[in-house]
Structures are given as C-alpha cells and as structure tokens.
Design a protein around this ligand. Structure first.
Ligand code: FES
Ligand SMILES: [Fe+2]
Length: 384
C-alpha cells in the first residue's frame, strides 16, 4: 500500500485534532457580504472571468474515445462542440457557423465525418477546417482557410475533458494550473474507469450556494442527519489550501483505528471522503471505492446547472456489484438533494434582506478559501 507525504500529513492532522478534541480552523470568522450573491455586476464579472477563462470539466475521455466522436455543451451560454478528429486529436470549437452564425449541430453527442450547417450546408471537418461551400460561385474571392471554426482551448487530463469557454490570447499551461492536485488525481486513474452514471440538474439558486455545499462539513450532521452524518466524523475535516484549489479531507470514523496501527501500514483512501476542489467550479469527490466528478455552472444570477458523473473502477461484472453501486448512486442523489433543497431555500430568502452578510465560521475553512480565491481571480490576481 502506498501513501503520499500529503496523505500521511492529512491522517496525522486528523488524528491530532481528534486527540485534542478540536477541529481544523482558520484564525477568524469572516463576514461575507450578501451582495456577492445578489449584485448583477458581481454575477457578470464571475461569468466573464471564472466561466470564460478557466478550465471547466465537461466530460470523461470515454465520451470522445474514437475518431469521429463529438459532443456539444450549451450551459455556459456559449455553444461549444468538442470533437475527436480523424487525426485522433481532441479539439473544441464554438458551435457557430462562420457563414451567418447558425448552430452547427444540436445533437448532445454523436459520430460524424463532418459537421454540416443546417442553414446553407457549409461543411466543416472535425478538425474545424471549412471544407465545402455549396454553390461556391457566390462566394468568389472568399478565403476558405480563414473561415475555419473558432477554436477554444481543450485538454484531456486525468481522464477528464476540460474546456476553457472563450478564445484565449495566450497558451494555457494546464499542467502548471493543475499541478497541486496532480499527484492525487493521477493516482485515481480516472481515464480507465467506467462511467456508471451521468446526470445534469437545473437548480434555482446562485451557483455559489451550490459550490458552498461542498466546501465545509459542518452541515453534515444537520442537513444530512439521516444519510451522510453517520458515515463521517462530525465536523472534523481537514482542508489543504493550494490557493486556489483546495483538498478537503473528510474522515470516516474508522480513521481513529489508525492510532493503533503502524504508520507504515496506513492507507488514506479507505479512511476518507475527499472533495478535491479545482477552481473555479470543479470537484472530484473521491469516495472509498468510487468517484463523483461534478461541475457547477451558473445559468443566471439565481440559477445554475449541476453536472455529475459517477466513476467506478470497471463496469459491474455481477448483479451484486451492479446493486452495490446503484445503492451508492441512489444514496448520493438523496444526499445531494438535501443540499439542493437548502441552497434553493437560501436563494428564496436572499432578497428578504435578513442578512447583509453571511457569517463563515472558523472551521468552515473552504468557504473562506473559496471566496478569497474568487475575489482574487476577479481582481486579476489568479490566472491560468
Ligand atoms: S449560416 Fe451556416 S451555412 Fe449559412
Ligand atoms: Fe452536503
């Protein structure tokens, strides 16, 4: 069994705070103005910065495994098509025709040799090149090589597909960006895992309330009293701030048994649920034997979309295995729904004016880290 220095530190820190009867904390309570959730200018800045210039997970590599595969994505308010061209290269484009702007394909995914516009049938290769203009004599002098699809940055890392939803004027160093999380994400081998479930939900709340549901474990034994509470040590999580990414380790009660065990035999994964927050809106939530990858995308100041996939090490080989993972899936849907209900209730009460600020407790560390990182990114201090 191998354990990284970081995992060993997380275990030691968990045992230390349990021993001292305390929990992991930042020095001071933070008062977060509710205008951060209600101000249309704030919202616009968040969309235009966080959801245009940072990599967001939109799929698993199995979604685009073969040459000719494509998928579309519309939730950013920017129509995107991602393709695996016949040269094997993954590319992302604005799903917008260069003639007069029609959407090239409405299909969520599929297989194609070319993308042909429904309006006047201009045809593009999956490499984005404009191949054909019907009745070309009317476009004499038009340089086809200048009218390829507009390309967006896209990456395959850790078995996931990451897109940056706007044209960038510089190269993005995705590896430098993800480096603080790379050791753990590599060890999960997500590219070779099986997508057991995949779902998308539209929610009536600011994307920020949904984000915050995954940034602290203080709420587990209240909001999830009959579901997740018993599975974890109450409010005993440890958060590592990689500014802006955060690793949030939530211990299972059995982690305390490690006190009696030789540290050389310690195992991290079987003793923790881990929320790996990858700025600004991606989570890789690692359970002991499966993984949820979720992304939160704003669709309005008070609406958002939650996209999730459940990864398991291989397609279930037996009915028992199928039932086991189905049961886990059913449970997480209930747990997430408990979070969604609360988030929507916050949104519904937001304009009542009860709170000029929300109060972030000292052990709600992820809320502090998250808000500070968003503020820094909006101020131009965090860039990919
Ligand atoms: S808008 Fe696409 S071919 Fe005319
Ligand atoms: Fe929750």
């Amino acid at each position: 069994m191998t354990i990284s220095a970081e995992e060993r530190h997380l275990i030691q820190e968990t045992l230390r705070i349990a021993e001292q009867g305390t929990t992991h904390m930042v020095p001071e309570v933070m008062y977060n103005p509710t205008t951060k959730y209600t101000d249309p200018n704030q919202y616009e800045a968040e969309v235009n910065t966080l959801f245009r210039n940072f990599p967001i997970i939109i799929g698993h590599v199995s979604d685009l495994a073969e040459a000719g595969d494509f998928m579309t994505h519309d939730h950013f308010g920017v129509p995107i098509v991602v393709t695996r061209a016949h040269d094997g290269v993954l590319r992302a484009f604005l799903n917008v025709c260069r003639h007069r702007g029609a959407k090239l394909t409405k299909e969520p995914c599929g297989k194609a040799r070319t993308l042909s516009c429904p309006y006047h049938a201009w045809t593009y290769g999956l490499d984005g090149k404009l191949r054909g203009i019907p009745q070309q004599f009317g476009f004499d002098g038009v340089d086809k090589s200048k009218l390829g699809l507009v390309e967006l940055p896209v990456f395959e890392r850790f078995g996931l597909i990451w897109v940056v939803p706007s044209v960038q004027d510089h190269d993005i160093d995705i590896d430098a960006w993800l480096k603080p999380m790379a050791e753990q994400l590599t060890s999960l081998d997500m590219g070779n895992q099986h997508v057991f479930k995949k779902w998308t939900l539209e929610k009536k709340m600011s994307w920020r309330f949904l984000l915050e549901a995954f940034q602290e474990s203080y709420h587990f034994c209240y909001a999830h009293r009959d579901t997740a509470c018993a599975g974890y040590l109450d409010n005993q999580s440890v958060q590592l701030n990689f500014d802006p990414h955060v690793r949030h380790a939530v211990p299972l009660p059995k982690v305390l048994d490690l006190r009696e065990q030789d540290p050389e035999t310690w195992d991290y994964r079987s003793n923790f649920m881990t929320q790996n927050y990858i700025f600004p809106a991606n989570f890789v939530q690692v359970m002991t034997d499966h993984i949820y990858v979720h992304t939160i995308i704003p669709t309005g100041i008070d609406t958002c979309v939650f996209q999730c996939m459940m990864l398991i090490s291989e397609a279930p080989q037996t009915e028992k295995a199928e039932r086991y993972f189905q049961k886990n899936y059913d449970l997480i849907r209930v747990v997430f729904e408990e979070d969604f209900e609360i988030g929507e209730s916050i949104q519904a009460g937001l304009n009542a004016g009860a709170n000029a600020n929300f109060v972030f407790g000292t052990y709600e560390c992820g809320l502090h880290f998250g808000q500070k990182a968003i503020d820094a990114a909006l101020a131009g201090k965090i860039k990919v």
